[in-house]
Write a protein that binds this ligand. Sequence first.
Ligand code: URA
Length: 245
Amino acid sequence: MERLQKIMAHAGVASRRKSEELIRAGRVRVNGKVVTEMGMKVDPDQDLVEVDGKPITGREEPKVYLLLYKPRGYVTTAKDPQGRPTVLDLVHVPQRVYPVGRLDYDTEGLLILTNDGDLTYRLTHPKHEVDKVYHALVAGHPPEDKLQQLRTGIMLEDGPTAPAKVRRLKKIQGNTLLEIIIHEGRNRQVRRMCEAIGHPVLHLKRVAIGDLTLGNLKPKQYVKVSRVRIEKATANNYNHRLRRL
Ligand code: URA
């Protein structure tokens, strides 16, 4: 017997956290009955689990791990109410994969897609603190004291940000390209941080997640990688952080 959300994640329905959302939303039935409470124990061989009326099999499908160069103009959700293109339109694998975390519609850069719910859970858990590296072209030339505010943490609507690593990369026609490294994954975080110091983002690109980089990928291209590669590339960075404490 296993917890319902774990079985759903193993079957590749969605990440464990997303599966919890599906359960809460009343979209999951076990043996014909809608289940909304968390943590129900289910036997994948005996019980019929359905999501939106479609049965899921208890059998695990092969895990797949993709690194995608998300272009601008794509949403990171499976479906968009406004009918905009989604990152899932760009990948062609037999498994149903989903994105690990999010990038805004207007943001480009590195995105991991997988059907491995456990890995997604670990990578998106705040405790794991994987560094995400962004190149942000911001309006104007922010002075040092403003950058320092980003480094120490800045108050946003939903609370203060954790310390960020920030450096200037270059000046481009009256604007500044910054490298900003954060490990939180709050909604539109980099944009809101830069807005808060009075230098809004004009263009945003995620260039790395831990030690995983865009490499030679062009927008819309993706590569398959192994779980081990993702684990190593994101664990190093975690160990590195611990060592510095
Ligand atoms: N921060 C943002 O503001 N947008 C993203 O897409 C990612 C991080």
